[in-house]
Design a protein around this ligand. Structure first.
Ligand SMILES: Nc1nc2c(ncn2[C@@H]2O[C@H](COP(=O)(O)OP(=O)(O)OP(=O)(O)O)[C@@H](O)[C@H]2O)c(=O)[nH]1
Ligand SMILES: [Mg+2]
Length: 441
C-alpha cells in the first residue's frame, strides 16, 4: 500500500442515553416515587499517537468511525452504562484538522499523546432528579445529547530534528545510512526513496541524540508538480535544522539555489530554519576542486561540510556541527506550537428577535388574516436545553419555565417588548408568553 500522509476520515461520537421516566412499583404500595435512572454518556473518538513512521492509511485502516452510544437509564435508579470510546492510532507527528472550519483540533507530537476529536454526548437525567417540594411525581426525563460528528483531515508531518533535502541521487539516504542505524534503500537512480525514513544519530558513548529524516529528492519545478512534487516537504516543515545534501560532481551552487527556491515556493518560513550544507561525494573529485566549490557555496551564507557518505569521510564533523548548531528543543517547540482549537462548545449569547408570523396558507386552512406576534429565542443554551425535553414537553413545561426564568429569558423578552399572549419560539417548540407581574389567574 502506498505511503499516505494525508487522510480524510469521518468520526461520530456516541449519543448520550436518555434518562428514564419511571415510578417505583412494589406489592402493597399504591403509588411509588419516581425512580428513573440517568442515561449513560456516549463514547468519545480519541486520537492516539504511536511510535514509528507508518502510512496513515495503514494505521488508521478505515475511513468511518462511530463510538458506542450511552445506554438508556432504567427504573430502580439504574444508570445506563457509558458508550465505549474509540481509539484511532496515528503516527507521532499527526495533526488533525476540522475539515469544515479548517482549524487544528489535535497535534500529536509525543508517543502516547491522546486527544479527543469528537465528544460523546452526555446522558439525560432520570425523572427522579426533577422532584421538588411542589413536584413529587415528575412525568418527564431528560433526553441524551447527540454525539459530536466531524469530518477530519489527518496530516502526518514527521517529528524529526533534522531534515535532509537534496536532488535525487545526491546521497541523502546514503548519509542517513552512514550516520544512523536506519537502513534506507540506496541506488544510483533518481527517486529511490519514495517515502520518508527516520534515523537516530547519537554522539559517541553519550545519551545525546537527534532524529534525522530522509525524504524523496526534490527537483527544480517541484513546486509545479515535477518529480514527486513538494508534498514530502511537509515532513521537513517541523525539523529544527535542515541539511542540504549536494553532489559535488554536479552543479552544487545551482542545485542549492534551486532547492531554496522550491522550499520558498512551498513555505517561505522554511528558509528561516537553521541550515547547513553537506557537500557529498568529495572523494570523486580533486581536493582542490572540492575546496573551490566549498568556498563558492560558503558565499551563499551557509556553513559547508565536505563529506563522503560512501567512504565515511567528514561524517564525525558533520554530526558534531549538527549537534552544535541545533536550536534548543523547548524554545523551538514553543515558537512552533500550533494553536489548537479547544474542543468546547461556546454558547452564543441570548438574543430575542421579533417576527410577525405570516398567516397560515394552504388548502383547507382558514386564515384569519391576523398575524401572530412571535419571538424567536436564540443562544443562551435555550434551544439545546429545550430539545432535551421534547418528548415530554407538556409535563416538563412547568420545570422548564422555572429554569428559563432563572436564566433571564422572561426578563429579556419583557425588555424587548413582549406582550401577554405573544408566542415564544425556541428551536422547534412554541410557548405562550405571559407577563409575571401582570399576574396569571
Ligand atoms: N561515489 C560516491 N557515491 C555516493 C556517495 N553517496 C552516495 N553515493 C551514491 O549515489 C547514489 C544515490 O545515493 P542515494 O543515497 O540513494 O541518493 P538519494 O539522495 O537518497 O536519492 P533519492 O532517494 O533518489 O532522492 C547511489 O548509487 C550511492 O551509492 C558518495 O559519497 N560517493
Ligand atoms: Mg534516497
Amino acid at each position: 500500500m502506498a505511503f499516505r500522509d494525508v487522510l480524510n476520515i469521518e468520526v461520530a461520537a456516541g449519543n448520550g442515553g436518555d434518562g428514564s421516566m419511571s415510578f417505583h412499583r412494589a406489592k402493597y404500595m399504591e403509588k411509588g416515587g419516581p425512580d428513573g435512572g440517568h442515561g449513560g454518556k456516549g463514547g468519545d473518538i480519541i486520537l492516539r499517537a504511536i511510535e514509528g513512521v507508518e502510512s496513515l492509511e495503514r494505521l488508521v485502516g478505515r475511513r468511518k468511525f462511530k463510538a458506542e452510544n450511552g445506554a438508556y437509564g432504567e427504573g430502580r435508579l439504574r444508570q445506563g452504562s457509558d458508550g465505549l470510546d474509540v481509539y484511532i492510532e496515528v503516527p507521532v507527528g499527526t495533526t488533525a484538522f476540522d475539515e469544515d472550519s479548517g482549524k487544528v483540533i489535535a497535534d500529536l507530537v509525543k508517543v502516547g499523546q491522546e486527544k479527543v476529536i469528537a465528544r460523546g454526548g452526555p446522558g439525560g437525567r432520570g425523572n427522579s432528579t426533577f422532584t421538588s417540594s411542589t413536584r413529587q411525581a415528575p412525568r418527564f426525563a431528560e433526553l441524551g445529547v447527540p454525539g459530536q460528528k466531524r469530518r477530519v483531515r489527518l496530516e502526518l508531518r514527521l517529528i524529526a530534528d533534522v531534515g535532509l533535502v537534496g536532488y535525487p541521487n545526491a546521497g541523502k539516504s546514503s548519509l542517513l545510512a552512514a550516520t544512523s542505524r536506519a537502513n534506507p534503500m540506496i541506488a544510483d537512480y533518481p527517486f529511490t526513496t519514495l517515502s520518508p525514513i527516520l534515523g537516530v544519530v547519537t554522539r559517541d558513548n553519550q545519551d545525546e541524540r537527534f532524529t534525522m529524516a530522509d525524504i524523496p529528492g526534490i527537483i527544480e519545478g517541484a513546486s509545479e508538480g515535477k518529480g514527486l512534487g513538494l508534498e514530502f516537504l511537509r515532513h521537513i516543515s517541523r525539523t529544527r535544522l535542515l541539511v542540504y545534501v549536494l553532489d559535488v560532481t554536479r552543479d552544487p551552487v545551482g542545485e542549492l539555489r534551486a532547492l531554496q527556491a522550491e522550499l520558498t515556493a512551498y513555505d517561505p518560513t522554511l528558509l528561516e530554519n537553521v541550515a547547513l550544507v553537506a557537500l557529498n561525494k568529495v572523494e570523486l573529485v580533486e581536493a582542490d576542486l572540492a575546496t573551490m566549490v566549498e568556498d563558492e557555496l560558503a558565499t551563499l551564507g551557509l556553513p559547508v561540510l565536505k563529506v563522503s557518505a560512501k567512504e565515511g569521510l567528514g561524517l564525525d564533523e558533520l554530526r558534531e556541527t549538527i549537534f552544535q548548531m541545533m536550536p534548543d528543543r523547548e524554545l523551538w517547540a514553543q515558537r512552533n506550537a500550533l494553536e489548537i482549537e479547544p474542543n468546547i462548545v461556546v454558547e452564543a449569547p441570548l438574543t430575542v428577535v421579533f417576527r410577525e408570523d405570516p398567516p397560515a396558507r394552504g388548502v383547507g386552512i382558514v386564515t384569519t388574516g391576523q398575524n401572530e406576534r412571535v419571538w424567536e429565542v436564540h443562544g443562551g443554551g435555550f434551544e439545546e436545553r429545550i430539545v432535551r425535553f421534547s418528548r415530554y414537553l407538556e409535563d416538563a413545561s412547568e420545570y422548564l419555565g422555572g429554569v428559563f426564568k432563572r436564566q433571564g429569558l422572561y426578563n429579556a423578552l419583557k425588555r424587548a417588548g413582549a406582550r401577554e399572549g405573544d408566542t415564544v419560539e425556541i428551536g422547534p417548540h412554541r410557548f405562550e408568553y405571559f407577563d409575571e407581574e401582570e399576574g396569571r389567574s
